[in-house]
Design a binder for this molecule. Sequence first.
Ligand code: HEC
Length: 109
Amino acid sequence: MKLLMGMIAAVALMLTSQAFAAGKVDMAAGQALAQKSGCMGCHKVDGKLVGPGLKDVAAKYKGNKKAEEMLVAKVTKGGSGVWGAIPMPPNAAVKPADMKTLVQWVLAQ
Ligand code: HEC
């Protein structure tokens, strides 16, 4: 029984590390985090709300390898001027690891 549990754990671990290696984003986790972190009060996936639609953000930075790092910093500190005059307030309460997941989720739209 113990061996079986160990094997299951090992397989689960392999599968998760494979998902990360392939650069796959956990879309359900991203969505849940975005709701929990208050992002969806200002953003929709499709179309503009207070902030830009997340599909538009993903399209703008498609192929930009530096986008993830840049956006993690921007969303944490807030800022304006890229999409219009309305500023995004800082989202400093979001943990850095969660912010990375969030930005990866946005860029995967
Ligand atoms: C109070 C409203 C508000 C909240 C809450 C908010 N945003 Fe924004 N967001 C904006 C606005 C407005 C912009 C456009 C800023 C600009 O033009 O530079 C923006 C821009 C962005 C961008 C694009 C930045 C760029 O430079 O292209 C990303 C990515 C983003 N938001 C993600 C998030 C995430 C993730 C959260 C949750 C942690 C979040 N936002 C919460 C209003 C908000």
